[in-house]
Structure formats: C-alpha cells, structure tokens
Design a protein around this ligand. Structure first.
Ligand code: SF4
Length: 364
C-alpha cells in the first residue's frame, strides 16, 4: 500500500465573474497548479492569508467543488469519476470540519440528532439504542458528557460547539479529516484546547488530518508537514520544523515575522504583514509575490519560479542568496526557548480536564 492517501495533481480552479456596475468581469484564479501528497497518518497544514485559495483547495480535495483541470486521487483512485456506493464510501472516508461552529450546526436539532445524522446515513444497520450508544461514545471522545445529547447547539460555548462539529465528523469513522480554519473563530485559549483535542484524536484514531489555517503559530504544534500558499499557488512546502526554522520563501518569512513572540518575560512585537495581496482576478506576471517582495529583481517580473522537488521545496529564484544575505530576524520559538502567545496558552492547557459550561457555569 502506498504511503500517500490523498494526492492533488496540478489542480486548477478558476471562477468566471460577470462584470457588474462597479466590478470588472474576468476569471478568478483561485487555485492555479497545486500539487500535493498527503501521507497516511500525518497532519498536514495548508497556510496562507485570506484569499490565497486554501479554502477552495480544501473543497476541491473533498470533491465539494469540481476542478477546472487537474486531478485529486484518494487511495490512488481519481475521485472525480466515482459514483454510487464508491461515492458514499468516499463521503464516509473523507470528512470536513467547518470554520464557524455557530452556523455549521442546525440550531433546530439536538446535539444527539446532529451526531446521529451521519450514523443514520452511513451505518443504517445500527438500532436506535446502538446509535444512542455511539453518540455517547463520540461525545466522550471530544470531552463532552452523554447528557449533552439532549441539548441544543445554542446552549454551548464556541469551543464546545466545535467539539460537537468534530464528534459529527468522527461519526462516519473517517480515515481523513479536513479542517477549514477549525479554530479561527474561537478565543485563543479555547483554540489551544481544540488543537490539543484534534492532535489527540489524530493519534488515537490513526487519522490523517489536513488543517487549513492563516495563523502559522496555531498549526506549528500539530502539523508534521506544511504547505504555504500565496495567490492560488504553493510557494513553500516541507516538514514543519524545517519550514519554521529555515524558512526559504520571502512570503513564509513575512508570515513568521508577523507572529508575536514572548521572550524572557517580555513580548517581542510582531512585524505586520505589509502590502496587499493582489487580486486573483488579475494576478501579477512572473512570480506572483514580486510586487510585495523586498528581494524582487527584474527576472521575478517575467519568469514564474517553479516549486523545486525535494523534502523542503520552495518557489523562488533567489532563495539561496536570500538565506545567505538575510538571516531571519525572529527567534525560533521551539529551539530558542522563546514562545509565541499560542505556545503559552497551549502549555497551560496540556493535559487539561474538560469542564463544560453546565458543570462550571462559564464559557469553557
Ligand atoms: Fe521574491 Fe523573486 Fe523570490 Fe518571487 S522569485 S519571492 S519576487 S525573490
């Protein structure tokens, strides 16, 4: 059996936009030639600013969108052509966690019904009593109580709702879960708890996780490998430690320098990410990052760099020169002892006991 569970090959997704009164028409280049290989059992993170195409990519990987060109393979099989029982099996194997725990749960259904829905679809052979038992097990797995099954989503805090969303995703017994910014709508202290939970579940249930995020600090702790996206393309990819400690692409460096770092009791101010992302309606020629890049040269304006092969790939003509002449100015959180704000919250919540709102009277 191959190590690769999910693969994208030269994936492209363009959206046609009709012209409006104040809006030009054209083609949005949401995803433009992305190739990725996700390995069994790993946690793979896809990061980038809003509008970089990462959520579109997640939906293409799930077959929630049809690619303009290119191919997605799950377990070696192209997913675009599968139908019937094979498609139902794919829906069991691939599950999605939505960004917003407030709007992704039907407010009219109890938590028990929300979690039982995928069981009814994918495991119709279960009796009502068996389903109730499975719902109670799933609630326990995500740190909630069996009696929460009788309550409605609005009775829970944001973190608890995301736990319910995770339980629902686990109900079909998936092999791979894609989380589209699963913690970005949550308070940072609750983010750490949900990240811990996802990491634990990934290990305990032997799941492959693909986490979409815009915050590099959040995914450092849970991901094995990372891909950094800019304007529809992957500009750097590799093992998480290598990308964080020896970032090669100027854009990755910019994102890393925007993370606030606590060092020796003081907080180092983060550099803001400067410059605006150009419109995907009209991406720049050559290297798409050149209008914002401090190291851009004439060649960058006309020649698009190719993501090089190898464990730590980068799409930049001059990454070696940049690494030699401009070492990163920001301390490396793991190796130097400096910590991001997220590290501190995470350390404080490791081995946490989950206390629900109804036990504690607080919002988690
Ligand atoms: Fe900057 Fe040029 Fe590298 Fe693009 S190819 S990131 S513009 S140096």
């Amino acid at each position: 059996m191959s190590d690769t569970i999910l693969e994208a090959r030269n994936l492209v997704k363009h959206f046609l936009v009709n012209a409006g009164v104040l809006r030009p028409g054209g083609t949005v280049h949401a995803v433009d030639g992305v190739s990725l290989e996700i390995r069994r059992g790993e946690t793979f993170a896809i990061v980038g600013e809003s509008g970089c195409g990462k959520s579109t990519l997640a939906r293409l990987l799930m077959r929630l969108l049809t690619p303009t060109s290119g191919e997605v393979r799950f377990d070696g099989t192209p997913i675009s052509g599968i139908r019937g029982s094979d498609l139902r099996q794919l829906r069991r194997d691939l599950q999605f966690i939505f960004q917003d725990p407030f709007s992704s749960l039907n407010p009219r259904l109890t938590v028990g019904k929300l979690i039982a829905e995928p069981l009814e679809l994918h495991a119709p052979e279960l009796s009502a009593a068996q389903r109730r038992g499975r719902v109670a097990d799933l609630l326990a797995k995500v740190g909630l109580m069996p009696d929460h099954a009788d309550r409605y989503p609005h009775e829970f805090s944001g973190g608890q709702r995301q736990r319910i969303g995770i339980a629902r995703a686990l109900a079909s017994g998936p092999r791979l879960i894609i989380g589209d910014e699963p913690v970005s709508a949550l308070d940072v202290s609750v983010q750490a708890q949900v990240i811990n939970l996802l990491g634990d579940l990934g290990r305990d249930l032997d799941l492959t996780l693909v986490i979409i995020a815009h915050d590099l600090a959040v995914i450092r702790h849970m991901s094995d490998r990372v891909a950094v996206m800019y304007l529809g393309q992957v500009v750097e990819t590799g093992p998480t430690d290598a990308v964080y400690d020896t970032a090669r692409h100027p854009y990755t460096r910019l994102l890393l320098e925007s993370i606030p770092v606590a060092e020796h009791g003081a907080t180092r101010r983060a550099k803001p990410v400067t410059g605006e992302t150009p419109s995907p309606l009209n991406p720049p020629s050559g290297c798409r990052f050149h209008p914002r890049c401090l190291h851009a040269q004439d060649r960058c304006k006309s020649e698009a760099p190719v993501l090089n092969d190898g464990a730590h790939g980068v799409a930049c003509h001059f990454w070696r020169e940049i690494a030699e002449t401009s070492p990163r100015a920001v301390p490396k959180p793991r190796s130097s002892g400096a910590q991001t704000r997220f590290d501190l919250y995470r350390a404080a919540t490791e081995g946490e006991t989950i206390i629900t709102r109804n036990q504690q009277g607080s919002s988690e």
